[in-house]
Write a protein that binds this ligand. Structure first.
Ligand code: GAL
Length: 660
């Protein structure tokens, strides 16, 4: 368990370096990250290297026994490189080279850029491989799926397709290219998706482009990893990721890296709607799920956010510490705060760090010191993990497919996943967010939201999970497409109809309006039997299947909306609509009880319960993610019966941790 900071020696006069390192040491910092944007300082002219300053910075931290993560600086190639080799600048979908001067604007595939990366990375890793305080490397910075459309990438895309389909006839067949004279007679006719109207392009081709773009970034990461690993076998290697518009498939990108690291910036303004209250927990669980193991935070919230956007509200007292501990509660083992000092120059000068421009140690600094002290005492937590009984399946295929063809206004893939995560979190049930192709045998409950694009493997895995006694949730927009993103000609949910025990007669994409739903008695709470449906309504034919909710209005009033089917040793729930929060909580509570998994009764809204364990001992975390003090009574309910009641009072953003 370590707390650290992100530090940019190249941005500060040398006189600050020792002072900063002393203060970090005094605060309890045990690790720093440096160098991810420092290429122009390390190689001011082509092949003229200048590492002495970094040697000095590394030595300053090493002397103080603070570990160091160095970054490959490849996210910001220097200006001389772009001047000399303009062909390495990324090309956007209009066919123009993107403006330089920011960052991340290089073509990941260009051989010249790769050579330059190789040169600088080789220098870096060779120089520090024998330094025991340099414990690892971060590759690049916040990589996105490679959407560059330059001639090099165009060729790479064609190679990807050629490898996948072999013959152009196979590709035409897979895409259904007879529509609109879309047939190719040669791979050379295939281009990246140029133009402003991607929704007019063939969805099968677009899905392949997204697959290629993701694979391309993963291959770039593998290229850098191999370079470092060949020089320094024992170094830890990772890259830092975040939730961005062009997400690569993280399972692929992190496959050969040692661990996942995430840049965690929870919003400092608390959400006004209840649904988004648990979003940070969702993001953290997602990160842990990528490798199904503990992870790092490479950048953690430390001050008001702002720079290219207006500034966010100040951190509430307790937030800096609380959000860091929340990450630990969800499986983070090392957390580096972004950043030690707030920049005084450059585009990010209002993205605040621990120390303000004033250079006066303030409230956030004091809270940061408290955090370090707390975490430095948590040595017992080393080697503890989170083991959950519930999994939600994420699939980049679905994310891409929904972006290519939004199904109805207001319905987004991530929102579907979050809604289920939110409901389990409200009952203190830990959730793993995992790749849809993962082994499901360790789970009791699996939620597989909107398996829009299917394949034989997922069909087989889900069926087997249920046959073996698992409880599965399927939702609307499942089984719509085959692996080529072509519609399947069968009643929905097509390949899942038999396990769900239903078919969909018709559907009504109602969008963001709300309709009444009548819940079955089992789902009613305090005699209340209504909830609301929105966005999408599957009108279900549920002849021999138990109905848990029916539509309460519209021309399909009385038709089934939610069903439950016994299949093999397990159950399949089919949720034909999108439930409001009340309905969702009623459904999940019913399901938790039916499956017999352990849950918590009495958690107030915004209070999270998580557990880390090591087989012998168990640590429980209770976190108050609200601005109010929460006083409540709670108990754990399991098949063995209910635990005794506990009393708890948590201040705003307070975390309680205890061992049993
Ligand atoms: C992150 C990025 C950092 C910095 C930070 C604050 O997303 O990795 O380099 O830009 O945001 O803006």
């Amino acid at each position: 368990m370590k707390i650290g900071v992100d530090y940019y020696p190249e941005q500060w006069e040398r006189k600050y370096w020792r002072e900063d390192a002393d203060q970090m040491k005094e605060a309890g910092v045990r690790i720093v990250r440096m160098g991810e944007f420092a290429w122009s300082r390390l190689e001011p002219q082509e092949k003229q290297y200048s590492f002495e300053w970094l040697d000095e910075a590394v030595a300053i931290f090493a002397e103080r026994q603070i570990q160091i993560i160095l970054c490959t600086p490849t996210c910001t190639p220097p200006q001389w490189l772009f001047e000399k080799y303009p062909e390495v600048i990324q090309m956007d979908k209009t066919g123009r080279r993107v403006p330089i001067g920011i960052r991340g604007h290089r073509c990941l595939n260009h051989p010249l850029y790769r050579q330059k990366c190789k040169d600088i990375i080789t220098k870096l890793a060779t120089r520090y491989r024998d330094n025991a305080w340099v414990v690892g490397y971060q590759i690049d910075n916040e990589l996105e799926a490679n959407h560059c459309c330059c001639p090099v990438c165009e060729e790479k895309f064609r190679e990807f397709l050629q490898k996948k389909y072999g013959r152009i006839e196979n590709l035409n067949q897979a895409y259904g290219n007879t529509v609109w004279s879309g047939e190719y007679s040669s791979f050379s006719q295939i281009r990246p998706p140029f133009g402003e109207h991607p929704t007019w392009l063939n969805p099968s081709y677009m899905l392949d482009f997204h697959r290629y773009a993701s694979e391309s970034t993963a291959e770039y990461v593998a290229f850098q990893r191999e370079l470092i690993h060949a020089i320094d076998e024992k170094a830890l290697i990772t890259t830092n990721t975040w939730f961005c518009e062009n997400m690569p498939d993280c399972y692929e990108m992190f496959a050969d890296l040692d661990f996942v690291s995430y840049d965690n910036y929870p919003a400092t303004a608390l959400p006004t709607d209840e649904e988004t209250l648990y979003s940070h927990a969702f993001h953290l669980d997602f990160m842990r799920g990528i490798k199904q193991k503990n992870f790092w935070i490479m950048e953690q919230l430390s001050g008001n956010l702002g720079s290219w956007t207006p500034m966010s509200p100040a951190l509430q007292p307790g937030m800096l510490k609380g959000y860091s501990l929340q990450a630990i509660a969800h499986g983070a083992d090392t957390i580096l705060h972004f950043r030690w000092r707030t920049a005084v120059s450059g585009a990010e000068m209002f993205w605040h760090g621990i120390l303000d421009h004033s250079n006066v140690k303030g409230r956030r600094y004091r809270e940061f010191c408290e955090l370090c002290q707390t975490v430095n005492q948590l040595t017992d937590l080393e080697n503890t993990v989170i083991s959950n009984k519930v999994a939600i399946l994420y699939s980049s295929e679905q994310e891409y497919a929904f972006k290519i063809q939004p199904q109805v206004e207001g319905m987004h893939y991530f929102t579907q996943l979050k809604a289920y995560h939110d409901a389990f979190t409200c009952f203190g049930v830990g959730v793993d967010l995992i790749d849809w192709m993962s082994d499901l045998s360790i789970y009791d409950v699996v939620v597989a939201p909107t398996i829009f694009v299917t394949n034989h493997e997922i069909e087989h895995n889900l069926r087997q999970f249920v046959e073996n006694g698992g409880h599965l949730i399927l939702t609307n927009r499942s089984g719509v497409k085959d692996a080529n993103n072509l519609c399947i000609m069968a009643p929905l949910p097509t390949v899942f109809s038999d396990i769900a025990g239903i078919t969909v007669k018709e559907y009504d994409p109602i969008g963001p309006v709300r309709q009444r739903l009548r819940l079955a008695e089992e789902l009613s709470e305090n005699g209340k039997q209504t909830a609301e449906a929105s966005l999408w309504c599957d009108i279900i034919d549920a002849e021999d299947t138990k109905v848990l909710a029916r539509y309460g209005e519209n021309f399909y009033q009385g038709s089934a909306a939610i069903t439950q089917n016994q299949y093999g040793g397990g159950r399949v729930y089919y949720i034909g609509t999108v439930l409001n929060r009340r309905g969702m909580l009623a459904l999940i509570k019913y399901m938790i009880r039916e499956s017999g998994i352990e849950y918590v009764e009495g958690l107030p809204l915004g209070v999270e319960h998580t557990v880390r364990e090591n087989g012998k001992e168990k640590w429980t975390f209770l976190f108050n993610n609200t601005k109010e003090t929460q006083a409540f009574s709670w108990k754990v309910v399991s098949q063995k019966g209910a635990d005794e009641m506990h009393q708890e009072v948590l201040k705003p953003f307070e975390m309680r941790i205890w061992k049993e």
